[in-house]
Every structure is written in C-alpha cells, then in structure tokens.
Design a protein around this ligand. Structure first.
Ligand code: PEP
Ligand code: MN
Length: 338
C-alpha cells in the first residue's frame, strides 16, 4: 500500500503513519522526495486491510494499493528516476556509463592491460570476476580471494572503480571490502539469501536478469535489495533463453523501455553474454543505447584468444575503442552522452 502525504506535511504526520503501520505489525519504507513524500506499507496481508486505516490519519492525501508484486522498485513508490553514484560517477543520469573488462580476473598484468584498453576510449568502471558461477563443476571458477586482491591493486593504481560478482551469501562482506559495485549474476537473481545480505551491506549492486525470468520477477527480486534499505540498485539486462540458438541468449531490448516505464531504477545492458560472439556485440550495444539503456557492461580482453573464459565474446582493445566512437553519435541522438 502506498500512502502519499499532503504537500507541506511534517515529520509528526509521517511518523503517525509509520507508527500506525508498526502497530499492525507491518513494515514501512519511506520515499521522502523533495516534492512528494510517500510511505510504503509492506506486509503479506496488506491486501486484506482497508485503505481507510491510513486514509483517515492527519497529513495523508491518498492511499493506493500497488497491484504489482514488486513495490519498492515501482514508479508508484518513487516516481522520479533513481541515480546511483559510484565515486562521483552517476548511473541513471544523462551520461551513459560504460563498464568494461575481462570476464574473469586472470593476472595483474591482464587487468592492467585491460584498464589501459578501456579507460582511454571512455569506459569508467572496470569489470572482472574473481568468483565465477559456472555451469560445470569442472570449469575454472576464478581466482577467488587472490582475484579480489588483484582487482583492489589495480583499482588503486589506476584510480578506477571496480565491479565484481559475489556468488555466496557468506562472501558479501569479503567481496564488498574490495569492490565498488557487487554483481549478482543471472544464475543468482533469485538467490534470496544473497540478495538480503547484499541489501544489508548497502553496497551498490548490479542485479542481472535471470535468463528464464520475467521483468516482473526481476523487479520483485530487486525489492529484496531495496527492502533492506539498499537504494543503490542497478538492473542489468543480459539476454534471456528462447528457442533461438544462433546466439548465446536473446537480448530482450524491449525490457529496457518496459523497465523504464514501470520502475525508477537505472538499467544497463550486457550485450556480451547475450550475443556470445564478439562480432555481434557492437550492434547489440548500439541497439541498447538507442533503446534508452543507462549504461553498458562489455567484456573486453587484452588478448581474447588467450582468455580463460568467454574469449569468443570478448572485444579486443581496438574493437572496443572503435565501438565507443560509434556509440557517441547514437547516444547524442537520444539526448545522452558517453
Ligand atoms: C559475467 O558477467 O561474467 C556473467 C557470468 O554474467 P551472467 O551472470 O549474466 O551470465
Ligand atoms: Mn563472462
């Protein structure tokens, strides 16, 4: 249930709503915007309660039910776009933020070469997996803690924020010591213990869409992060599983305007895992920018042929630099810049 307060309401009136909700055993989340103050009333049985319980309280303008399963990620709760700030880099504003780097952290040398390759053309956040969720237990699973240490070293040397994946709920505090943004991979989008721990950490997070999940399920998963008071949530479309087998996944470009319409959260696009082949990545990246994505997450490797993981879909430094130049006029045509 969403309780909208009257213009000019005061903290006493807002507190009255909060206390009434608490007395009924319900949870609350506040969105105290500059022109609108909203209290979300959360609980499994709010559907059975009359909206009048809150409508009669002083300072309340309107009480409405959110009919969708997701509440805090919805525009009903927060009408204005959310901005996530990473060391002064804003995601969700006019600038299209490009995050790039290898699939997995392999060595310090590899990371250094990757940063040089991505920074100059205009990427501003380095990606690199230290913990890799793999379909097979016999595949390379990343350098783990040693990989985090390499990321931290390169972050220091080049003064660039880093994003890395966390796969185990028990590792959230460890990984958040080294990373500026935590990544929840597609396979973990509905790992609710992981989401809850990341929510509590308050660390900025990129929530990838599960490849068999609907937009509604994706946004409802985001509510797990938001419900713990973590507002630094960025969504990432990375392709879904369809009957089409000419690409690794099918990039759901349409989910970008859908998410923008129903949610205030920024959404970025990973064309690399969707395409599965480097030759398809530029076209998908351009389509994402044209469709309104707030950023891109692109795999770039100093030497894709030698990559331990996802080499076939990784761009070379020169392909990446060319793509960045090609993206600029597209960004401009939709009122953005890179
Ligand atoms: C990745 O970003 O390297 C990755 C494993 O992505 P996804 O979870 O989207 O498959
Ligand atoms: Mn990868």
């Amino acid at each position: 249930m969403i309780v909208e307060m009257r213009t000019g309401t005061n903290t006493e009136e807002i507190d009255g709503v909060v206390q009434r909700a608490k007395s009924l055993g319900l949870g609350v989340q506040l969105n105290l915007g500059t022109d609108k103050q909203v209290v979300a009333i959360l609980g499994s049985n709010t559907g059975q309660l009359s909206t009048d319980i809150f409508a009669v309280l002083p300072g309340v303008e309107r009480v409405t039910r959110i009919m969708k399963p997701y509440k805090l990620a919805s525009r009903e709760f927060k009408a204005e776009d959310s901005l996530v700030s990473i060391n002064g880099i804003e995601i969700g504003g006019k600038r299209i933020v490009v995050i790039a780097g290898p699939c997995a952290v392999e060595s310090e040398e590899q990371l250094r070469e990757a940063v040089k390759a991505i920074k100059e053309p205009g990427a501003c956040i380095l990606r690199g997996g230290a913990f890799k969720p793999r379909t097979s237990p016999f595949s390379f699973h990343g350098l783990e803690k040693a990989g985090l240490e390499l990321l931290a070293r390169v972050r220091e040397q080049f003064n660039i924020p880093v994003i890395t994946e966390v796969v185990d709920p028990h590792d959230v505090s460890l990984v958040s010591k080294y990373a500026d943004i935590l990544q929840v991979g597609a396979r973990n989008m509905q790992n609710f213990a992981l989401l809850t721990n990341i929510g509590r950490s308050k660390c900025p997070v990129v929530l990838k869409r599960g490849f068999s999940c609907t937009v509604t399920e994706w946004l409802t998963a985001a509510d797990y992060l938001l419900a713990e008071g973590n507002n630094q949530v960025i969504l990432c479309e990375r392709g879904i599983r369809t009957f089409e087998d000419s690409t690794r996944f099918s990039l759901d470009i349409c989910s970008i305007p859908v998410v923008k319409k129903v949610s205030h959260l920024p959404v970025i696009v990973d064309p690399s895992h969707a395409a599965g082949h480097y030759s398809l990545v530029p076209a998908m990246a351009k389509a994402a920018v044209a469709a309104g994505a707030d950023g891109l997450l692109i795999e770039v490797h100093p030497n894709p042929k030698e990559a331990l993981m996802d080499g076939p879909q990784s761009l070379t430094p020169s392909d990446f630099a060319r793509l960045m130049e090609e993206l600029r006029p597209i960004a401009k045509s939709v009122g953005r810049y890179i």
